[in-house]
Design a protein around this ligand. Sequence first.
Ligand SMILES: [Cu+2]
Length: 143
Amino acid sequence: MRSFLSFLFALLFTTFVHAAENVSVKDAWVRPPPPGASVVGAYLTLEAKQATTLMQVKSPAAEAVEVHTMSMDNGVMQMRKLPSLPLEAGKPVKLAPGGFHLMLINLKKPLKAGDIVPFDLSFSHGDHKTETVHVQAVVRTPN
Ligand SMILES: [Cu+2]
């Protein structure tokens, strides 16, 4: 009986760990904002084992965080806010300068190189399954 119970617990725990591990985040960084700037871009690479959708991003460093895309429109670079960002299974999505990025809107305090900016990324896997991934991004100049 005891071994059956521990088996059950192991099973529960395994399921839980798998559910919490769908999305991995790599290389999170924030561009150092120019003096006086209240808006700044943040970048990272997202990968999901199973298809999911990034629904919301929050950070204590800014009033809001938006997901933006950049595209050429009649020779002019345009930024557009996305309501959500879908991820396909096993296909990394790189948020990088010139493409998808996170935008910190109305910084609450100035950021400088070396600062750590926490983010909470909320994903919806469908079927009412959600996952929040906590990310620590470093403020640094682009490579
Ligand atoms: Cu932007």
